[in-house]
Every structure is written in structure tokens, then in C-alpha cells.
Write a protein that binds this ligand. Structure first.
Ligand code: CP
Length: 315
């Protein structure tokens, strides 16, 4: 099946086959990243603009690395140093970037739907690098890619997402990816941050940490999104940690082979103890590394590349 999608806006809109194509292409690119010369000419002559109007460490650097590994020219612009601080609209900023010759825009923005908005009038691909509390599709793709590397298949596998689900774009993208891949997903946290209506997305909701963690093969921690909360959804961080923080005792309730994930940034001692974040079961830094190969796949495919041109025929 040829790849036909020009933008990557959400995982919700991707088919299972498209998720598989991105993962398979990422697997091929990951092999290239293991070579002494970690570069291919796939996007030579293209200019990619990283427009990050919200803070980022991992996503911005991984997109930057991915574009450079594909031989594209990359320009990064952040909110503080852009003319948005002088009142320029997002549309004007994007159209000026296009007029300067960009071939693709990667957008992180606090407003849900802003990448979709740009995609309506720009004639170049738009990649969503996180829009408010809506979606963070490349994070969901790299998280499921990492799970697949460890578990082989996600069909029927128990995956727990623990923490601030309500305000998390990472949770939404993972829910869409995991349910399409057949995982049995349970969301856990205080009822104020994990409302029952999430069951409409085909997942279980629980407020009982022990029963939720029992025999789980993956647990993904999410940080409390202070910047998106306007009112207290729990009494204090200390009380959140005492009820829902992952520590050694609680981790013993997991399947013995379970992996521990976190999209970052981590609030050590709040949602996860350092000994677990840095321990043998943690794949947190693998997630970060896999972010480069997955984003190479997304940039390549949305620029018009086809999976079969990088995936060996034997794969
Ligand atoms: N996971 C993630 O989106 O991290 P950054 O905010 O550092 O990009």
C-alpha cells in the first residue's frame, strides 16, 4: 500500500496499516543510525522548519537530529525569539516561513488544533509536535515502537498509563495507537485527572493502583501538567505521590518482566522514584533514542518517500 498522507496531525486519523508503515520505516532507519556514517541523502535539498512555540527538549532535538540524518537543512524557531511576541499571528508566521522557502513545518503549540489549522492553508506538509492537551502523535508512535521492540506484539498485552491523563496529549496519542494495535489499556490516577468518559476510547479506567498494576507488562508514567491546570485537581503534589507515585513496592505488583516508560520530562520523586527511573526495567532513554528513527520515518514519508524504498524486501 503506498503512503499517501502529507501531514501528520493525529494518531486518531491513522489506520493500523499506516502505523505499521511508520514503524517498519523507522526500523529500517534505526539500522542506519547504528552505522558509522549515520546519514542518508533522502531529503537533501529540502528545508525543514522546527516551529516550537512551547518549550521542548526531546521532541525538538529529535526532529532536528532526524532531519539532519536525512540530509535536510533545518531551521529552528522558538516562541521567545519569534515575532509572535510582537503580536504576529500563527498564520502570518507560518505563511512567512513558507515564503522563505520551507518545504515542511513541524509545529509545537499550546493550542489544540493549531497544526490542523496550518494544514488547511499551507501547501507544504505540517507535522504535529504536540498541540495543547490534544495529541503528540510522534510520541505515541515512538512509545509503541519501543513497546513492540520489547514485547513483539501488543495484542492483548496489558498496558497501564498512570498519572495526569486529562491534560496529557501523550496519553491521547498512546490510547489511539495502543487500541489500534490491540493492547488492553488501563488508565489510572485520581478521578479528577482520569474521568470515566475516557472509557469511550476503548480503554479501562481505574482509581485503584494495586489492581491496575497487577500483571501489567508496561507501565507508562505521566507527569502532572502544571502548565495546563487552572485549578487544583488534587490537594498537593505530596498527596498525589503518596497515592499514585510509582515506587519499588508498587512496581513489585507489575508483571516481573514489565517495562517502565515515561515520555519525559520526569518529575523525580513525584510520579516516579529515581531508583525506578534509572533502574533495569526502565526504557525511558530507549524511548528518547527511538524518537529519532520514528521521526526520520515521519519526515521521510510525509515528504513523499515510500516505505518500500528503505525497507529491505526480506523484512
Ligand atoms: N516528551 C516530550 O514531548 O518531551 P519534550 O517536551 O522535552 O519535547
Amino acid at each position: 500500500m503506498p503512503w499517501t498522507r502529507r501531514h501528520l496531525l493525529t494518531i486518531e486519523e491513522l489506520s493500523l496499516a499506516e502505523i505499521g508503515q511508520i514503524h517498519a520505516t523507522a526500523t529500517a532507519f534505526k539500522k542506519i543510525l547504528g552505522r558509522s556514517v549515520k546519514k542518508v541523502p533522502a531529503l537533501r535539498g529540502k528545508t525543514i522548519v522546527n516551529l516550537f512555540l512551547e518549550p521542548s527538549t526531546r521532541t525538538r532535538m529529535a526532529f532536528d537530529m532526524a532531519a539532519k540524518r536525512l540530509s535536510a537543512d533545518v531551521i529552528s524557531l522558538d516562541g521567545a525569539s519569534s515575532s509572535t511576541t510582537k503580536g504576529e499571528t500563527l498564520r502570518d508566521t507560518a505563511e512567512n516561513i513558507r515564503a522563505l522557502g520551507a518545504d515542511m513545518i513541524i509545529l509545537r503549540h499550546a493550542a489544540a488544533g493549531s497544526p490542523l489549522y496550518l494544514s488547511k492553508f499551507l501547501d507544504i506538509p505540517v507535522i504535529n509536535a504536540g498541540d495543547g492537551a490534544h495529541e503528540h502523535p510522534t510520541q505515541g508512535l515512538l512509545d509503541t515502537f519501543t513497546m513492540l521492540e520489547h514485547l513483539g506484539s501488543l495484542k492483548g498485552r496489558k498496558v497501564v498509563i498512570l498519572g495526569d491523563i486529562l491534560f496529557s496529549r501523550v496519553a491521547r496519542s498512546n490510547i489511539h495507537a495502543l487500541t489500534k494495535l490491540g493492547a488492553a489499556v488501563t488508565l489510572v490516577g485520581p478521578s479528577t485527572l482520569v474521568p470515566h468518559w475516557f472509557t469511550d476510547l476503548g480503554v479501562k479506567v481505574s482509581h485503584d493502583l494495586r489492581s491496575a498494576l497487577a500483571d501489567a507488562e508496561v507501565v507508562m508514567l505521566l507527569r502532572i501538567q502544571h502548565e495546563r491546570q487552572s485549578s487544583g485537581h488534587f490537594p498537593s503534589l505530596g498527596e498525589y505521590t503518596s497515592m499514585f507515585g510509582l515506587n519499588k513496592t508498587r512496581a513489585s505488583w507489575l508483571n516481573p518482566k514489565a517495562i517502565i516508560m515515561h515520555p519525559g520530562p520526569i518529575n523525580r520523586g513525584v510520579e516516579i522514584d529515581s531508583e525506578l527511573a534509572d533502574g533495569d526495567r526502565s526504557v525511558i532513554l530507549e524511548q528518547v533514542t527511538n524518537g529519532i528513527a520514528v521521526r526520520m520515518a515521519v519526515l521521510f514519508l510525509c515528504s513523499g518517500g515510500q516505505p518500500e524504498s528503505v525497507i529491505p524486501a526480506s523484512a
